[in-house]
Design a protein around this ligand. Structure first.
Ligand SMILES: NC(=O)c1ccc[n+]([C@@H]2O[C@H](COP(=O)([O-])OP(=O)(O)OC[C@H]3O[C@@H](n4cnc5c(N)ncnc54)[C@H](O)[C@@H]3O)[C@@H](O)[C@H]2O)c1
Length: 330
């Protein structure tokens, strides 16, 4: 029987032959890139992992217990990103498979994108571009702007911290809800801690950066949306389940919120019929905020390095990136 040597790149942004994967090929692995711009379903993933696949560079495809039980050669999952809500980490741990993240490689990209969404909404750049391109030249009213206002950051991790820095740099006062953030973190940013309900009530910009967990599901719900200023802007570049989209659509339909920027959705791809597609003051994008050119290289290099180190027997080297480090013991 031939030795298993295949590595699957399941994330949708790359092409076979991409130079970023050359170190894997140079190390003797066969690299197969998903070129469909669509993530594999659970059934497709099972089929792909059936034979000879030792590692994956994973997008948001589902690593369920069933997938992991039926992947006989899989040794490591290297996530192209930092969210692991689509991986059954307990099942991976049981199977002895490390789940390695690319921490620290695309947080600036996401924060920049969230900030760009917020600025674009607050300055009404899209609608004005459309006005001028349609041949008109009109004053459509004063735009809200952001400087001198209050930014509410939910989740002060790598991305939330980078977003807070941008807001401070943009002349905003920053308030934070994060039960795990330290006083030192807040002080270094010049930010103030606040309870969640108050954040919703005082913020002119609410930017969501907490992970998707059972506790954060529908953290933005009807009750909290009822507290926001009618001019407030809400941005979510974290994960769709953090927002109750039905409640958000109701707030938008009743003009109870000023603008919304969403890169992530409860169901992805966003269904064509979603009412979120129908509002002028909503900016939408297809889960791409962490994918700037810098991240393309840095995140991919981290995935490649995590795989080569682990398969090369240097498991300690990947410990800072692994969410189930107990599988690295010994
Ligand atoms: N849209 C994209 O392309 C994209 C790219 C990268 C990451 N993300 C998402 O962004 C999230 C944040 O990434 P990060 O690198 O900043 O993660 P991180 O782990 O550095 O930070 C998450 C922060 O959320 C806080 N937190 C945890 N539970 C909370 C709660 N109940 N309420 C408020 N805060 C809470 C944590 O204390 C931590 O400070 C990830 O979980 C990921 O899902 C999205």
């Amino acid at each position: 029987m031939t030795k298993a040597r295949k590595i699957l790149v399941n994330t949708e942004q790359f092409k076979n032959g991409d130079a970023l994967f050359e170190p894997l090929i140079a190390a003797g692995y066969e690299v197969e890139v998903n070129e469909t711009f669509r993530l594999p379903s659970e059934a497709e993933l099972i089929e792909k992992l059936r034979d000879g696949v030792v590692a994956t560079i994973a997008g948001g495809e589902p690593y369920t217990a069933h997938v992991l039980e039926t992947a006989p050669d899989l040794k490591i999952i290297a996530r192209w990103g930092v969210g692991y809500d689509k991986v059954d980490v307990a099942a991976a741990t049981k199977a002895g498979i490390p789940v390695a993240m690319a921490f620290g490689a695309n947080h600036e990209s996401v924060a920049e994108y969230a900030h760009a969404m917020a600025l674009s909404l607050a300055c009404r750049i899209g609608p004005r571009d459309a006005i001028v391109k349609s041949g008109k030249w009109v004053f459509d009213g004063f735009h809200p702007g952001l400087w001198g206002r209050t930014a509410g950051i939910v989740g002060l991790g790598r991305i939330g911290g980078a977003m807070a820095r941008r807001c401070v740099g943009g002349g905003m006062k920053v308030v934070v809800y994060d039960p795990f953030a330290t006083d030192e973190q807040l002080q270094s940013l010049g930010a103030t801690r606040i309870v969640l309900e108050e954040l919703f009530a005082v913020a002119d910009l609410i930017s969501v950066h907490a992970p998707s967990t059972p506790e954060t599901r529908h953290l933005v719900n009807a009750e909290r949306l009822a507290l926001v200023k009618p001019t407030a802007i809400l941005v979510n570049t974290s994960r769709g389940p953090l927002i109750d989209e039905t409640a958000l659509v109701a707030a938008l339909a009743e003009n109870r919120i000023g603008g919304v920027g969403l890169d992530v959705f409860e169901v992805e791809p966003l269904p064509e019929s979603s009412r979120l597609r129908s509002f002028d003051n909503v900016l939408l994008s297809p889960h791409v905020s962490g994918m700037d050119r810098m991240a393309e290289r840095l995140v991919t290099e981290r995935c490649v390095s995590n795989i080569l180190e682990f398969l090369g027997g240097r498991s300690k080297a990947i410990a800072p990136y692994v969410v189930n480090p107990q599988v690295l013991a010994g």
